[in-house]
Write a protein of this length. Structure first.
Length: 398
C-alpha cells in the first residue's frame, strides 16, 4: 500500500513528465511507435532504472520492469502506453504508473519479494495508428505477429516497429527480450463510463469483459437527380439505411437494456447535395456479456434486412469482428472484494464494456482488473477526468 506523501508525489511527478511529452497537442497523442510514444516508453524505463528495477524491451516495444524475487515465478501488473488520437490523460497511463509506484513502494518497504514483481507497459492497445488492436499484449501473451499493415502516411508497421525498438534500446541501453509469462496479471484502469460515479463507488471490481461484434452493412439503391425524380419513384439508399438503423436500435433496446448498439461510421455515395444516394455503407458495433444474446441480435439484423420491401434496393451484411466475452479469475476477484472491505472502500462488481489488454492476458494467466471512477463517464477525449483523490485512493490501496 502506498500511503506516504513522498510516494504519492513521485507518482504525480512521473505522471506529469509523461503528460508533458504531448503538451503541445490537443489531448494526448502517443500513437504506437511515434516520437512521443518512444519518449514516453524511454522515460518509463528511466523511472524504473532509477528505482533499481531491471528493464527489458521486446521486439514489439513492450517494456518490462522487474523487481527480481527469490524464485522465477512472476506476478505482473500494467496497462498500455499508447493513446487514441487526441485522447485523455489517464487511459492506459494510470495503470502503468500506478503499477510502477506499487512495485517501487513494496521494494522500499519490504525488500526482496518471494516472486518477481513485474510492471508491463504494453506497446499498443488502441489501434489508432495501424488497423490492429492489442498488438503488444498479443505478441507477449500469444506470440502473435502483425501482418503487412501501413498507417495513413504509408509507413509500414514493420518499419515503425523496428525503428522505435532500436531507439529505445539506444536511449536506455536495455536488453531486447520477451520474458516468460506471469502466474497472474492485474490491470488498473479508469472505468471510461459513468457507473462508478453514479453508484458513488470508489472502485470497480471487474468480473469480465463483454463480447463484441462488428458488422458492415452495404445498401445498394439507385442514384438519380434530386429535382426531377418523383418521390414515389425513388430507390434512395440513404433513406433505406436510416430506416434500418432506426429499426435495429429499437430491437437492441427491446432485446436487452445492457446491449450496446452503435452506428459509428457511415459512408454515402456519391455524397452530393443534388443527387439521390445510390450506395450507403455503415458499421454496427454491438456488445454484451452473453454471447448467445449477440447471436440472437445478429439473427435479428439479418431478419430486418430481409423484411425491407423495395425490390430495387439490395443489402449485404458482413461480420468483421467477433470477440467472445471474457470471464476473469474468480479467486482474484474474491480476493479483491475482501481487500476492498478491509480497506473500507466502497466497490461495485461490474463487467467492462470496453476491451483491454487484460482480455488477451486472461487467455494465458489468471487475470483481474480494477477500475477507478471517470467523471461524467468521459474517455477517449481531452476532457477525460479522474479526480486526484480517486487516483490517490486506489494507488494508495493497490
Amino acid at each position: 500500500m502506498i500511503r506516504a506523501t513522498d510516494e504519492w508525489v513521485t507518482f504525480e511527478r512521473h505522471f506529469q513528465q509523461i503528460i508533458q511529452l504531448s503538451a503541445k497537442t490537443v489531448g494526448q497523442n502517443r500513437l504506437v511507435y511515434s516520437p512521443s510514444w518512444v519518449k514516453a516508453q524511454a522515460a518509463l524505463i528511466q523511472f524504473g532504472q532509477q528505482a533499481g528495477l531491471t528493464a527489458m524491451v521486446d521486439h514489439y516495444g513492450n517494456v518490462y520492469l522487474d523487481f527480481p524475487g527469490e524464485d522465477d515465478r512472476v506476478i505482473a501488473t500494467g496497462s498500455h502506453m499508447d493513446t487514441v488520437r487526441n485522447g485523455g490523460k489517464f487511459d492506459g497511463l494510470y495503470g502503468v504508473l500506478g503499477g510502477l509506484q506499487a512495485i517501487t513502494m513494496l521494494k522500499t518497504r519490504f525488500g526482496a519479494p518471494r516472486h518477481t514483481l513485474r510492471l508491463i507497459s504494453f506497446s499498443e492497445e488502441e489501434g489508432s495508428r495501424f488497423n490492429t488492436t492489442f498488438s503488444g499484449s498479443k505478441y507477449y501473451a500469444l506470440h502473435q505477429s502483425v501482418g503487412s499493415l501501413s498507417d495513413q502516411n504509408g509507413i509500414s508497421f514493420e518499419q515503425a516497429r523496428s525503428q522505435a525498438v532500436e531507439q529505445l534500446q539506444a536511449i536506455n541501453h536495455v536488453m531486447v527480450k520477451r520474458p516468460a509469462l506471469p502466474i497472474s496479471f492485474t490491470e488498473l484502469h479508469i472505468e471510461q463510463g459513468p457507473r462508478l460515479i453514479n453508484a458513488h463507488a470508489a472502485i470497480g471490481l471487474v468480473s469480465g469483459i463483454v463480447g463484441q461484434r462488428r458488422w458492415s452493412v452495404t445498401v445498394h439503391g439507385t442514384s438519380n437527380h434530386a429535382g426531377t425524380t418523383p418521390m414515389n419513384d425513388r430507390h434512395d439508399a440513404l433513406q433505406a439505411a436510416v430506416t434500418i438503423i432506426y429499426q435495429l436500435n429499437e430491437l437492441a433496446h427491446h432485446l436487452s437494456p445492457n446491449l450496446t448498439f452503435t452506428v459509428g461510421q457511415l459512408t454515402v455515395s456519391p455524397n452530393t447535395s443534388n443527387v439521390i444516394p445510390g450506395t450507403v455503407q455503415f458499421t454496427i458495433d454491438a456488445r454484451h456479456a452473453d454471447d448467445h444474446l449477440l447471436d440472437r441480435f445478429e439473427q435479428l439484423i439479418g431478419e430486418t434486412l430481409n423484411r425491407q420491401t423495395d425490390p430495387h434496393i439490395k443489402y449485404a451484411l458482413k461480420r468483421y469482428v467477433q470477440d467472445l466475452p471474457a470471464t476473469f479469475d474468480a479467486n482474484l476477484l474474491a480476493r479483491n472484494q475482501q481487500l476492498a472491505q478491509q480497506l473500507s472502500l466502497t466497490s461495485q462488481v461490474m463487467v467492462s464494456g470496453a476491451g483491454h489488454d487484460s482480455y488477451v492476458m486472461n487467455q494465458v494467466t489468471p487475470t483481474t482488473m480494477l477500475f477507478v471512477p471517470s467523471e461524467g463517464g468521459i474517455s477517449h477525449a481531452p476532457t477525460e477526468l479522474t479526480y486526484p483523490a480517486d487516483l490517490k485512493k486506489m494507488v494508495s490501496s493497490y
